[in-house]
Write a protein that binds this ligand. Structure first.
Ligand SMILES: NC(=O)c1ccc[n+]([C@@H]2O[C@H](COP(=O)([O-])OP(=O)(O)OC[C@H]3O[C@@H](n4cnc5c(N)ncnc54)[C@H](OP(=O)(O)O)[C@@H]3O)[C@@H](O)[C@H]2O)c1
Length: 334
């Protein structure tokens, strides 16, 4: 554990990634040490992942939170509690954040981490695994034997959708994305088919139409929105709608390709498509909480892995704006 820094007035400070302006990288500097309030836990942080959610909140434009500045960034991570338990936690109390030596979190947001899962994996897994898991189980209500098309399957979260969809009973999983090297690797790692989203609109739409024409899709799990969502929905025109009890469920879980999409009314009317979202605010926390142990169990059994790389928290300012190495999830270590 680190030694507390004391000011001349006896205040205690921690080293932290401190945000002074939305959209700018946080700086590694001292920040007042938090004191836990009722129902809260002081956490000695061991690792916190640089997720799209962490970026989004630090941009000031995420629907889930808009903290006052200055604040410490980082919304989840792994740490040790006063009694020595190693836990995964989310939702630190603003202005404190998880990318710091110490933070405060609600006791109800702490989940024990199994010994076999190291700090980097434990910090990187939950956000990426919850994305597909909650969307497929609670929003799409995926049934055994159904087929899933993943838009944005080449991202860290999208890659996890393949083993998770299988684990939840999908019979066919199709991976769609831009990065053709990763798509080829996904084919080797269990995707039944791949669709390249690189190319002119007509080519992409035709590739999706061919796939859904040959193999009816039950669930579209979308991390992109924008143009890829528009093309997919137009390719679904006329498909589905025969079984009102099992419509095609299109679940919006991310917006890497655009914040908005133009959806023709005819596409909805002709396909019976059910359009829903999945994220903070659309899945109740008890459902999230009971998913964590299942993520740990699947990862412990070797059924779920994440490409994570540790970065010293002291390097947060330069790492924040740089590209992730080899598409791996960066995890800050205080
Ligand atoms: N709702 C939830 O519960 C939940 C949970 C986790 C993540 N998410 C969301 O899911 C999304 C992806 O997160 P991630 O962790 O996978 O991020 P990531 O690892 O950084 O991957 C980003 C992905 O976006 C793709 N992409 C970016 N711009 C694109 C475009 N214009 N067209 C097509 N693909 C594009 C990239 O494709 P290429 O590599 O192929 O170029 C890459 O695969 C984010 O929006 C995130 O907020 C949601």
């Amino acid at each position: 554990l680190t030694v507390p820094v004391l000011s001349s007035r006896g205040e205690r400070f921690v080293k932290a990634a401190v945000l002074h302006a939305f959209g700018s990288p946080p700086r590694y500097e001292e920040f007042p040490e938090p004191t836990p309030g009722p129902g809260e836990v002081l956490l000695h942080v061991r690792a916190s992942a640089l997720t799209r959610l962490a970026y989004g909140i630090a941009s000031g434009g995420h629907y889930a939170a808009s903290p006052s500045l200055p604040c410490v960034v980082g919304i989840d991570g792994v740490g040790t509690t006063a009694d020595g338990a190693r836990v995964y936690a989310s939702g630190p109390r603003a202005p404190y954040g998880m990318m710091a030596e110490r933070t405060v979190v609600p006791a109800t947001r702490c989940q024990a981490v199994p010994d076999g899962i190291d700090d980097l994996r434990a910090a990187a897994l939950p956000n990426a695994a919850l994305g597909p898991w909650l969307a497929l189980e609670f929003r799409a209500r995926l049934a055994a034997g159904e087929s899933v098309l993943v838009l944005g399957a080449t991202g860290i979260t999208g890659r996890m959708a393949i083993p998770i969809a299988r684990h939840l009973g999908a019979a066919r999983v199709v991976a769609a994305g831009r990065n053709e090297t990763i798509l080829a690797a996904l084919a080797a790692r269990g995707a039944d088919a791949t669709i390249s989203l690189r190319g002119p609109d007509d080519t992409v739409r035709a590739a999706i139409a061919r796939e859904v024409g040959a193999h009816p899709v039950d669930v579209v799990l979308d991390f992109l929105w924008g143009r890829p969502a528009e093309l997919t929905i137009s390719a679904l025109l006329g498909h589905g709608g025969v079984d009102a009890a099992r419509p095609i469920r299109f679940v919006s879980a991310g917006q890497m390709a655009g914040a908005t999409a133009a959806i023709p009314s005819a596409a909805l009317r002709s396909s019976g498509l059910l359009l829903v979202g999945s994220g903070i605010g659309s899945v109740p926390f008890p459902d999230v909480a009971r998913t964590y142990p299942r993520i740990w169990a699947l990862a412990s059994a070797g059924g779920l892995s994440v490409d994570a790389v540790g970065v010293p928290l002291a390097e947060v300012e330069s790492a924040w704006s740089a590209e992730a190495p080899d598409g791996r999830r960066r995890v800050f270590v205080p």
